[in-house]
Design a protein around this ligand. Structure first.
Ligand code: ADP
Length: 447
């Protein structure tokens, strides 16, 4: 087992990883920018190293600085969390060259899945159902027009290097296609430095259902059921649940087994998420994330399995602690992403938290790194915490969520907490009857 792990991240996920390390008796190294010198992850770690000034590119994304921090502290492994360098194949390669373990899959698997065209090709080869679309990148507008005509409108133009919903444009008619292509191309070039585009069928009213998988890197893999992440704003997840209210046990078993078989065949190591769109009882692969997800706690709550602990075990060569037969699903869990944003306009709201009280009691988990008096810096994303609630049934879970939201006090800044209380009054939410467009329609007053 590792002796010392450097956590190359900040905020709630840095704390989440730190907690797993403590339980395993592994020493921890926190890294931080000058803006985060007083952050909770720094206070709770055994050691800390400042890796640069506030902008992420100079600190949390600064590979030479992170490498020096490993050398200085003698860390034998790095956990990247999510975001930042978690899906950077180059970072994983550089660590490997320095004999430091990257807690995640191989650079090769990160690279394959990071290119969405390559990922889709691989998924199809591994027997997963994919969204109908272009075979690979579309070369010019002429080819795009022909392919879109073949698939049938509406189509979605997507960036091969895409992420966070950027570089993605819908074309409803042939007339829309040209502008969709040029906007997506410009966005992709600016955001990722890569303007390769592909086209797929735009599914009308799907749900977003993703399967959590874990591989041991030696050909064994398990799945831990699904998460329903259909409640999204601007392609960003807002509320996630496990299991999905839309699937029955046999559908769950079938797609889970296909996903874990694919991961086993790939020889994949560590945690991964295979994302699908689900419409008319059919699944369509859209992408795979080769890291821990923000919403992983809902899976932990229904399976009782600590995903970060499993990641560390696999990276250290100890293998998975569970077999598929030992994985069972107990009750229901929902996660609400608490952002420092106005609950109606979603304008970011950095500043000082004047009063803070987090909810508690049976079945309530808060993953957050904020506290009373904490100043939220303006440099990073607006997620300040996650409220995760577990209940024996979905109905109990909803009741408990309402109760927990009522206890949550975060004064001095705007947060998205009131949005979740509003959602709990909606019949569609209570019934689990929503798709990927529901939240946007609700927010625009159409519901
Ligand atoms: P990103 O990596 O930018 O997040 P994804 O491929 O994961 O992009 O897609 C993000 C979201 O966009 C999905 O959860 C879904 O809401 C929507 N989406 C993606 N592909 C399609 C599609 N073919 N049809 C309809 N909606 C889609």
């Amino acid at each position: 087992m590792f002796e010392k792990i450097l956590i190359a991240n900040r905020g709630e996920i840095a704390l989440r990883v730190l907690r797993a390390c403590k339980e395993l008796g592994i020493s921890t190294v926190a890294v931080h920018s000058t803006a985060d010198a007083d952050a909770m992850h720094v206070r709770l770690a055994d050691e800390s190293v400042c890796v640069g000034p506030p902008p992420a590119r100079d600190s949390y994304l600064n590979i030479p600085s992170l490498l020096s921090a490993c050398e200085i502290t003698g860390a034998d492994a790095v956990h990247p969390g999510y975001g930042f360098l978690s899906e950077n194949a180059r970072f994983a390669e550089i660590l490997r060259a320095h004999n430091i373990t990257f807690i995640g899959p191989t650079p090769e698997h990160i690279r394959t899945m990071g290119d969405k065209i390559e990922a889709k090709r691989t998924a199809a080869r591994l027997g997963l159902p994919v969204v109908p679309g272009s075979e690979g990148a579309v070369r010019g507008d002429e080819e795009a027009r022909r392919i879109a005509g073949d698939i049938g409108y509406p189509v979605l133009v997507k960036a091969a290097a895409g992420g966070g919903g950027r570089g993605m444009k819908v074309a409803r008619t042939p007339d829309d296609l040209e502008s969709a292509l040029s906007t997506a191309r410009a966005e992709a070039k600016a955001a990722f430095g890569d303007d390769a585009l592909y086209i797929e069928k735009y599914l009308d009213r799907p749900r977003h259902i993703e399967i959590q998988v874990m591989g041991d890197g030696k050909g064994k893999a398990v799945h831990l059921g699904e998460r329903d992440c259909s409640l999204q704003r601007r392609h960003q997840k807002v509320w996630e649940e496990a299991l999905s209210p839309a699937l029955n046990a046999s559908e769950r078993k079938a797609i889970g087994e296909r996903a874990s078989a694919a991961i086993a065949e790939l020889g994949y190591a560590g945690a991964g998420t295979i994302e699908f769109l689900y419409e008319n009882n059919e699944f369509f692969f859209i992408e795979m994330n080769t890291r821990l997800q923000v919403e992983h706690p809902v899976t932990e709550m229904v399976t009782g399995i600590d995903l970060v602990n499993e990641q560390i075990r696999v990276a250290s060569g100890s293998g998975l602690s569970v077999t598929q037969d030992e994985i069972t699903f107990d009750g229901h869990a929902i996660e609400c992403r608490i952002n420092a944003e106005h609950p109606e306009t979603f304008r970011p709201s950095p500043g000082v938290i004047q009063h803070y009280h987090s909810p508690g009691g049976l079945g309530v988990r808060v993953d957050s790194a904020v506290f009373q008096g904490y100043r939220i810096p303006p440099y990073y994303d607006s997620l300040i915490g996650k409220l995760i609630v577990h209940g024996k049934t979905r109905t109990e879970c909803l009741m408990r969520l309402r109760r927990a939201l009522g206890e949550f006090v975060v004064d001095g800044i705007d947060t998205t907490i009131p949005l979740f209380s509003r959602l709990l009054d909606q019949a569609d939410i209570i019934n689990g009857d929503y798709d990927i467009h529901w939240l946007e329609e609700f927010l625009s007053g159409a519901e």
